[in-house]
Design a binder for this molecule. Structure first.
Ligand SMILES: [Zn+2]
Length: 410
């Protein structure tokens, strides 16, 4: 069975088991005592953290296939669900809860990653309307739309030009023509986590050159991200501003010397622009494999109070504030939201405690990257992670669409 077949088979298996679990969750939602029943799966669950990215009715060439867009209608429905059945809390309240007992019943912390302009234009006003505090994690290099995040650039090139140019750029960055990337999932889950920060820059430059893109023109035209003024406005309304690295880097590729440019510089830019203190950090791509011991030590030394992942597992009642897990939401249906927030994170936590982390090669091996990986990382680095893998855990439909798109792009 080749890589594509393996990927499809894994996709189908994940899709069917997830569909079955969501169906069970939706059925539970209609039963009396549904939260008490859910507690049977893990009574220790307390703080729920949820994650949104882009809030938009249509995916653009920059976001189609990333699996991070929720429609405005679904976002509003999700906020209504949260305010009706949970208690939205602020980061301050979470940090003040020293023993896990001070938070109100069923606390939920709402967060946004990647600083899309849509969060200021639509999500933040709705959060204000419903009285929901939130944390916005921002990449300083994207502020004011002079640059594109690499994820959006890859997405744009794949959607507009096809995967050929992405492979050609990967050959330049990897120094070998033995790399074959057959889907965006492979780019995000395999290729990007495996290359160094400098190779990432070479890949980015090659993409721009080969696709004949003038980045500043394209970024300005797309207006994907927050402006400095919008960031200031968010801070003015008491929303928390958090660090998401300067360029949305894969943190496992950062050496201690890189923290100044990716972590400290971003904090400085965000604090200077928003005039607030940045005290939380969200790991780009959300994988614990990117939360290296060096990064944790650096964040501790730099005075951060909280670090967020997005592996969609349940947080225990007194969680480690440097490993707060979040669930990515893209639906507005009560039954599915109940399943996504209340049931699936508990089941994933049980699965992890029984079987450990996801097995290697979940998305099929890409043998050409093994050499790159071995040179860049210790042998026990987790595989099968990144925005593609994370989005596929969070949203099977996105994964299905990507697999369809993968074939249409070939
Ligand atoms: Zn991100």
């Amino acid at each position: 069975m080749d890589t594509v077949d393996t990927e499809n088979q894994v996709g189908r298996n994940q899709l069917s088991s997830r569909t079955a679990l969501n169906l069970a969750g939706r059925t539970l939602w209609h039963l009396p005592g549904r939260f008490a029943i859910a507690r049977l799966l893990g009574p220790q669950l307390s703080l729920r953290c949820v994650l949104f990215h882009d809030v938009s009715d249509e995916e653009s060439s920059f976001t189609k296939g990333l699996g991070g867009t929720i429609t405005r209608k679904n976002f509003e429905a999700a906020l209504k669900f949260i305010t009706r059945h949970y208690t939205p809390v602020s980061l301050q309240e979470v940090l003040a809860d020293s023993d896990g007992r001070a938070l109100p019943p069923r606390p939920v912390l709402v967060t946004f990653d990647d600083a899309y302009a849509s969060v200021s234009e639509f999500a933040a006003p709705l959060c204000l309307k419903f009285g929901v505090p939130a944390v916005f994690f921002v990449n300083g290099s994207c502020l004011d739309n002079q640059h594109l995040a690499l994820d959006n650039l890859v997405c744009y090139v794949a959607n507009v030009c096809g995967l050929g140019i992405i492979n050609a750029a990967a050959h330049v960055a990897g120094g070998t023509k033995d790399i074959e990337l057959r889907s965006m999932t492979e780019v995000f889950a395999r290729f990007l986590p495996a290359i160094s920060l400098s190779a990432r820059q070479v890949f980015r430059d090659a993409l721009l050159q080969l696709a004949r893109i003038n980045e500043s023109n394209l970024a300005e035209e797309a207006r994907l991200y927050l402006s400095s003024q919008q960031l200031r406005d968010l801070a003015t309304f008491d929303f928390e501003i958090g660090n998401h690295t300067y360029t949305h880097a894969n943190c496992r590729a950062l050496f201690a010397g890189d923290f100044a440019d990716e972590v400290d510089k971003n904090k400085m830019v965000l604090e200077a622009t928003s005039d607030t203190k940045v005290k939380s950090f969200s790991v780009p791509y959300g994988s614990s494999a990117d939360l290296t011991s060096d990064l944790v030590a650096h964040l501790h030394r730099s005075g951060y109070d909280a670090v967020f992942l997005s592996e969609s597992r349940a947080n225990p009642s007194c969680p480690d504030r440097f490993r707060l897990d979040r669930v990515s939401l893209r639906t507005g249906s009560d039954g599915v939201l109940f399943s996504e927030i209340e049931i699936l994170p508990r089941l994933r936590t049980i699965r992890k405690s029984l079987f450990g982390a996801a097995s290697k090669g979940s998305y099929g091996r890409v043998p050409q990257l093994e050499n790159l990986r071995q040179s860049a990382f210790p042998p026990n680095s987790e595989e099968g992670v990144g925005i593609g893998a994370e989005a596929s855990r969070a949203n099977p439909e996105a994964r299905k669409k990507r697999l369809v798109q993968h074939h249409s792009l070939r």
